[in-house]
Design a protein around this ligand. Sequence first.
Ligand SMILES: Cc1cc2nc3c(=O)[nH]c(=O)nc-3n(C[C@H](O)[C@H](O)[C@H](O)COP(=O)(O)OP(=O)(O)OC[C@H]3O[C@@H](n4cnc5c(N)ncnc54)[C@H](O)[C@@H]3O)c2cc1C
Length: 391
Amino acid sequence: MLDVLIVGAGPVGLYLGALLLQEGLAVRILEQRTERSTHSRAIGIHPPGLAALAEVGIAADLISEGVHITRGLARSAGQPVTGLRFEGIGNRYPFILALPQTRTEELLQARVEILDPGALLRGLAVTALHDAGNSVTLTAARAAGEGLDTLEADSQHLTARLVVGADGARSSVRRELRIATRGRNYPDTYLMGDFPDTGTDGSAAVLYLETGGIVESFPLPGGLRRWVVHTDTLLAGACAADLAQLIAARTGVAVPAGENSMLSAFGVRSRMATSMVQGRVALIGDAAHEISPIGGQGMNLGWLDAAALAPIIVAALRGESTGLRLERFEQTRMAAARRASAQAWLNMALGRPAPASFLETRHLLVRAVFGAQWPRDLVARRFSMAGWAHR
Ligand SMILES: Cc1cc2nc3c(=O)[nH]c(=O)nc-3n(C[C@H](O)[C@H](O)[C@H](O)COP(=O)(O)OP(=O)(O)OC[C@H]3O[C@@H](n4cnc5c(N)ncnc54)[C@H](O)[C@@H]3O)c2cc1C
């Protein structure tokens, strides 16, 4: 019998897989997709995320490939509002690392394959789960493409002593366990895209606080910049020229629309599972808590779940009693998710459209408060998740 079955080979499932394989456990990671998604999502890896990734030996590779964001700038109507430095946050990684999620997942997968070339099983979608008390059996159907809509008729059964659902916001494991979620859909919508960096902000993240809504700009490897624009409605059919026009109208920055390499419109919701542990099954990552991407914390939060859960799994498989540790795991990880969610809500609220008079007053206040160093350091620590323990 296997020790652990992990459902989902996103960044969180792959990371947990690598941690457990390093402990010598018999692990299989089931992933419905036959190929990794190229849809661009996370780019920000925070210092606690890097500390967690160092435990599976890939932080150095990520750090050498990613852009080190050492400062953040806020501007409005062409004028500086304030600036933050991440160098002063006093930890091992004094920067936020910018690297596309697909590349991070590639490096995680490579690590898993070094530890056990047979651990990752792609093209297997979990459709049912049975917890027998001393083991858990998953039913998985072969998926020919992206997922549950491409399932083939025959299915197979896999049994392990423990199961972890790292299968994202629409988690099948959560559904099988009948664990409810609580949350809300936010009115905020965004259009984002990657363009060649033609500006002079280098490795700084820039927030443009404008009357029409926030525009965010982040450096990416390969001389690119990611632009994220708050929109009035979901602009699902927008093209790169529409995004370039929105950026120019609000910030005055001209991005080369013809050289756009990624474009995506998204809405925002937040969902928390009412429980992360049930019987021999645990939920981690977006399966347990979906956080607004504004603030860039979801993937990092999931890694911290996995880092906290892995030693408990190892202890449980050794026969140690882990009831209290699991209770504490659930309490602390849900508290972390609520904290991240509140931070993301604040980030969204600050980026909503607002009249010029309101913004001017707010900027005056920000300039007065941020005249001192400590409030800037405090906010820099909040943005970079500094101090969030990965154990
Ligand atoms: C626009 C955007 C920007 C973001 N930016 C950031 C950022 O900068 N920093 C950050 O930390 N986070 C960010 N996030 C959030 C981040 O992308 C997610 O939190 C992260 O992907 C969650 O990882 P996960 O492994 O839990 O889930 P997922 O990445 O969703 O992976 C789940 C995996 O499970 C598989 N799966 C699902 N169901 C089944 C099944 N039944 N059987 C088998 N496999 C299954 C899926 O195919 C998928 O591969 C962003 C999100 C968005 C949308």
